[in-house]
Design a protein around this ligand. Structure first.
Ligand code: NAD
Length: 508
């Protein structure tokens, strides 16, 4: 059954789009058309930004509500999303090929989890602090919402990544125009229905499905105050250039090529840690930004570790993403499969050895499937070790000692995730401290809502999640309170700053 939508969620209403242009959504596993939605035109983005602007500027509106009132709305939205969790999983997996087991654990859970987390974080917060100063006075330090946020997300985790932005932005008092990726727009309609059911005020969240042109239009829109982007490093650079010119705050979550450092004492018994290894290296068909796609193995155990990863990848069940037992589904699109296959050919050409996979799985004639693939004998300088492939392809790279492992891990343009595998946790933490990255796990990797997430180097700017993710939607304003100013020292010096402050109130 095809899903047909003919309107856009803007200003709290379902409005007719400005043009007749459509986005056709195709299933990654059946290659069949599964829905149509309007493609937002510039006039629609103008309407969405205008609605967000009015909602933000309303003196009695969202930005000025008590945080507890905003938190209650966010909790209602979380409940409205919970009701739609099953349908959300089906839509996401049908569109991008994410196995339903993964979608059920992440996409169906994270958005509501994040809304509740940020609602809890702000509900008793006054967003101001009376801070005693050093010069005899005090300052009222206020945290105020940044304004209208343009949020642009990719197709790989369309709902979680949208709510990485929406939840803290709403908690802060911002209003949002969300642009989903064209590959995954059907889930955004379910989210819009939940937003309407939760009765968020008109214009607080607006959704404009569209491609990169519309994303670029939103980024440079004169009425937008901040951009929050997740996607490729290439697009991130272009967005950063625009935001630099406009001096517009921007958060960028970009690509990755993270290292999984296996220390010589690691226990990689698949009967115990297969799930953790899978999540850290191959989650969501390899289409996850933080994956450790470079496995660094000590030479003393190199053959054994290649065999373990080959065993893990070779045993994965590849197939229909809507089947609950599937572990690897298809690539999101034909273009993405071509890209992954291009890298596999490049790895072969560079002299790396395929131990498992390397082709298309047998018996799956429809859908953009690629076999989980392990490359051994990879040098870190190879293209497959340097560039983000975004498919189920891992490179196992040998190292001689821990110093060399750290230096290989850091010899990358990227710095997003990482894992250290060891039976000695404190040794793992010491190695983790030396890796140039935004986050890293010990014997596991999964971003936690309470901890800042983001990248260094070409993996991005700024942080999402945790209190740091809330701060990314706030301006800090200092109101210096009137005071009877005193010299800062008991014996005033003849000149200099302290003497300058030796006024009394009213002398200014
Ligand atoms: P993409 O950059 O092509 O597109 C991402 C989104 O940005 C889409 O909505 C797209 O329409 C829009 N877009 C593209 N170019 C734009 C531009 N110049 N201006 C404004 N908007 C633009 O990325 P993709 O291929 O859809 O997604 C995969 C990439 O996302 C990978 O590189 C992956 O690593 C990255 N990613 C990063 C994270 C993270 O948190 N660091 C998470 C998930 C995915």
């Amino acid at each position: 059954m095809e899903l047909e939508y003919d309107s856009l969620y803007v200003g709290g209403e379902w409005i007719k789009p400005a043009s007749s242009s459509e986005i056709t959504v195709v299933s990654a596993s059946t290659e069949q058309v599964i829905g149509h939605v309007p493609e937002a035109a510039e006039a629609d983005v103008d309407a969405a930004v205008g609605a967000a602007r009015r909602a933000f500027d309303d003196p009695n509106g969202w930005a000025h509500w008590e945080p507890s009132r905003r938190a209650a709305s966010m909790e209602r939205l979380a409940s409205a999303l919970d009701k739609r969790a099953g349908e959300m999983v089906q839509r996401i997996s049908s569109q991008n090929g994410m196995p339903v087991a993964v979608a059920t654990q992440l996409e169906a859970v994270f958005p509501a989890l994040l809304l509740r987390y940020y609602a809890g974080l702000v509900k008793d917060d006054t967003f101001e602090e009376n801070r005693p100063g050093m010069l005899g006075g005090a300052t009222l330090v206020r945290r105020e919402p940044l304004g209208v946020v343009g949020a642009i997300v990719p197709w790989n985790f369309p709902q979680s990544l949208a709510f990485f932005k929406l939840a803290p932005a709403l908690a802060a008092g911002c209003t949002v125009v969300l642009k989903p990726a064209s590959e995954t727009v059907l889930d955004s309609y379910l989210a819009a229905e939940a937003i309407a059911e939760a009765e968020l005020p008109a214009g607080v969240v607006n959704i404009v499905p569209g491609g990169r042109g519309m994303g670029a239009y939103l980024v440079s829109h004169p009425q937008v105050d901040k951009i929050a982007f997740t996607g490729s490093t290439q697009a991130g650079r272009s967005i950063a250039e625009t935001c630099g010119r406009l001096l517009r705050p921007v958060t960028l979550e970009l690509g990755g090529k993270s290292a999984g450092i296996v220390l010589d004492d690691a226990d990689l018994d698949l009967s115990k840690v297969a799930q953790q290894m899978f999540t850290a290296t191959l989650l969501n068909n390899g289409q996850t930004c933080f994956l450790c796609t470079r496995v660094l193995a000590p030479r003393s155990r190199y053959g054994e570790i290649v065999d373990i990863f080959s065993g893990l990848a070779g045993a994965l069940k590849v197939g229909d993403p809507l089947d609950a037992s599937t572990q690897i589904g298809p690539m999101v699109s034909e273009r993405q499969r071509q890209r992954v296959e291009g890298y596999i050919a490049k790895g072969r050409g560079e002299g790396a050895r395929i131990t498992v996979g390397g082709g298309r799985p047998r018996g799956l004639d429809k859908g953009w499937f690629v076999e989980p693939t392990i490359f051994a004998d990879v040098d870190n300088s190879y293209t497959i070790a340097q560039e983000e492939i975004f498919g189920p392809v891992l490179s196992v790279i040998p190292y001689s000692d821990v110093d060399e492992a750290v230096s290989i891990a850091n010899a990358s343009d990227y710095g997003l995730g990482g894992t250290v595998w060891t039976t000695d946790h404190s040794r793992g933490v010491e190695v983790a401290k030396r890796v140039q990255t935004g986050s890293i796990g010990i014997n596991n990797y999964l971003p936690d809502p309470t901890a800042p997430f983001g990248g260094v180097k070409s993996s991005g700017l700024g942080r999402e999640l945790g209190p740091e993710g809330l701060a990314a939607y706030l301006n800090f304003k200092s109101i210096y309170l009137p005071v009877k100013l005193q010299p800062v020292r008991p014996e005033p010096i003849a000149s200099g700053p302290a003497a300058m402050w030796a006024h009394t109130e009213g002398e200014f």
